[in-house]
Design a protein around this ligand. Sequence first.
Ligand code: ZN
Length: 166
Amino acid sequence: MQIAKNAVVSFLYHVATAEGETVDQSKDGEPLTYLHGTAQIIPGLEEALLGKQKGDHVETTVAPERAYGVYDKELDLSLPAEAFPAEARTELAPGFRFMAEHPHKEGEQIMFTVHAVQGDLVMISGNHPLAGQTLLFKVDVVDVRAASAEELSHGHAHGPGGHHHH
Ligand code: ZN
């Protein structure tokens, strides 16, 4: 069957930057499995996989807008430690991540990562580490099947490479 909405797709992948630096890849023999049409993978890759089938090899270049977003300098912030809730202050070390409201889009929650702490100042960024990057995906479609009723009701794929919560 062809990849379409509500297909469960398993694929092996390799992702590199435009400069050719590998940023991520699946482990040998361990495909990623997702439910197509539910925004579980980046939009540009989901579009490229539409209509493909088992055994297909797909190479696609995805612009930042259809990958992890354009780099937004306004999401790089320096805040005094007092701006954080008291119970969170002990956690404020590089790599700590938390959800907070977008500084300019009311009601939109985004993930921030602490990049550095200098004295009383905490440097955080709401940019994804791959924001601003054009990415080259090389994908091998390993399997395509129809989603089960249970998968459709949960909104994600089950089994190896998918969710394991039952
Ligand atoms: Zn489930």
